[in-house]
Write a protein that binds this ligand. Structure first.
Ligand code: MSP
Length: 514
């Protein structure tokens, strides 16, 4: 059976969940649900990144002991993701004893192999990023992320011989052009590897940071937070046993935002080679969200909270918007008016109205009882079914390319075709002709099949809606949901009356011109 291992970055516990982190969760959750539905054995990992200066400082600011602070924020993340309904299989914390042990095991192994050495080093250090910068990487002498001047620090530390594996990694990228995708980010990593990458400082002296994993061969030091956190992708599998690791690791699909390409595209693969582990399969990089064209930040007070969105428009509508409005790998902008427009057009009008119209007719004309498909199918009925078969293969093609917006477009194109079918077959007119009741029953039967197909095809994208559609169709848990079109509803099957799936969002009407 084919397998897939999906990972998200581990979220720093110094901030609350926001649109950026929720976006990675939404795409990975959608994929995990899609693969599971295809029968692929799926393992989906997320968690929290809890060591380092930034976290220690945030705990101090919160007036809490560091571990108690990370326990609290990590639990808050987990609770938020649970309330959002994300279907991760395992939640790892970098403070888990099993993770700490494994990081130390890797450090020992790489040290013994001679790829970690001790050296005195002077360099420009950004405390915000918790790393050294080369003068070339700075912008006007400042850290490009924090816009602060790094401090000149000179100290003795441990270094990982990253440079030793640079060539090998570059070769791997050339031989596996989709190792990092989309292409623009592959080129970015290849460009990084075309210049000397140097060695990586992987320790911090306890004299300035104690909140980290102790270096197993020198208790005066803790591990650099990235060297610690990246290893989670392997340590999580190892907690499930060696066989589990062997099964899933070759199928690893990492999902990250574009700001953390270097640690994932350069540090991590060279670490894997040095540790004698196979490389991950793909690094999938997504773009950044802005809000109304502006960067989101606490200080600007414009952060979008996934839980607030859930309260306001429902989780499925939020998922639909971010998946439909963005192109994987590119930046996207969150605009309130676009959200309302998409919600009303695609969810309330198109999907919602279609379903309630079909269910209402079924109630009104046949008391909810599904009518048989007696004779040969009319051409338009065959066409309707073909539209959904085609939509399914289009979704499959687009999902393989991580083109979520196109997959949704394909489903909505089938919805448009269904609306046209309703207009063309006009069951609401035919029913007035007493001799046509059987045909109306057939038309509605086909339309109920559409609703069933929607409950299948929308499940990865809009999981709550999918469940509601099944409830509306009165489908019981064990029913053979993937039965062929036309042979699912048994004689006498009764469906439920409609409910408003996506009530319209009323927008302020502009005054009519005088
Ligand atoms: N802790 C590291 C990851 C370690 S993985 C071994 C980290 N954490 S983070 O909390 O700062 O970021 C988590 C994810 O959120 C990253 O993929 C980052 O790119 C993403 N985003 C943060 N802000 C974002 C937007 N505004 N838009 C889209 N994604 C963004 O980095």
């Amino acid at each position: 059976m084919s397998r897939v291992y999906i990972t998200t970055p581990l979220y720093y516990v110094n901030a609350d969940p926001h649109l950026g982190s929720a976006y990675t969760m939404i795409i990975t959750d959608t994929l995990a649900r899609y693969y599971r539905a295809q029968g692929r054995e799926t393992f989906y990992l997320t968690g929290t990144d809890e060591h380092g200066d930034k976290i220690a400082q945030a705990a101090t600011e919160a007036g809490m002991e560091t571990k108690a602070f990370t326990d609290k924020v990590s639990a808050a993340f987990r609770e938020a993701w649970d309330r959002c309904g994300f279907s991760y299989d395992y939640f790892i914390r970098t403070t888990d004893a099993s993770h700490i042990r494994y990081v130390q095991e890797i450090l020992t192994r790489v040290h013994q192999a001679g790829d970690i050495y001790f050296d005195r080093y002077g360099g420009l250090y950004c405390f915000g990023c918790e790393r050294f910068y080369t003068p070339k990487e700075l912008r006007n002498g400042k850290c490009p992320d924090h816009l602060t001047e790094p401090k000149l620090i000179e100290e003795e530390n441990y270094f990982f011989r990253m440079s030793k594996y640079q060539e090998r990694l570059l070769r791997h990228i050339k031989d596996h052009p989709d190792f990092v995708r989309p292409e623009g980010f592959r080129n970015e990593v290849a460009a990084m590897l075309s210049e000397p990458v140097g060695d990586l400082c992987i320790s911090r002296p306890k004299s300035r940071l104690t909140w980290g994993i102790e270096i197993p061969f020198d208790p005066r030091y803790v591990t650099y937070v990235w060297f610690d956190a990246l290893i989670n992708y392997v340590s999580a599998l190892k907690t499930k046993g060696e066989e589990f690791f062997q099964k899933f690791w070759p199928e690893a699909e990492h999902f990250i935002g574009k700001d953390i390409v270097k640690p994932h595209g350069v540090f991590w693969p060279t670490m894997l080679i040095a540790a004698g582990l196979p490389l991950y399969k793909h690094l999938n990089v997504h773009g950044f969200w802005t809000r109304e064209g502006q960067k989101m930040s606490k200080s600007l007070g414009n952060i979008i909270s996934p839980l607030e969105m859930k309260e306001k428009i429902g989780m499925d509508a939020f998922r639909y918007f971010v998946l439909r409005e963005s192109v994987f790998g590119q930046d996207a902008d969150f605009r309130e008016e676009n959200l309302t427009a998409r919600y009303n057009a695609d969810l309330a009008n198109n999907l919602g109205n279609l379903v309630s119209r079909v269910l209402a007719m079924q109630q009104r004309y046949f008391d909810g009882v599904v009518q048989p498909l007696a004779g040969p199918w009319a051409a338009e009925d065959r066409q309707l079914k073909a539209t959904f078969v085609q939509a399914e293969s289009e979704v499959e093609k687009q999902m393989a390319e991580l083109q979520f917006h196109r997959a949704l477009e394909a489903i909505w194109a089938a919805l448009d075709a269904t609306n046209r079918y309703v207009v063309e077959t006009a069951p609401y007119t035919l029913i007035k002709d007493s001799g046509k009741a059987a045909r109306v029953g057939e038309i509605l039967h086909h339309l109920l099949e559409v609703v069933r197909m929607l409950s299948i095809h929308l499940a990865p994208f809009l999981p709550e809606t999918s469940v509601k559609l099944r409830e509306l169709l009165n489908i019981s848990a064990g029913a053979p949901l993937d039965a062929p079109w036309g042979s699912f509803f048994t004689p006498g099957h009764k469906i439920n009356p409609p409910v408003a799936l996506f009530p319209r969002i009323e927008t302020e009407k502009k005054p009519a011109p005088a």
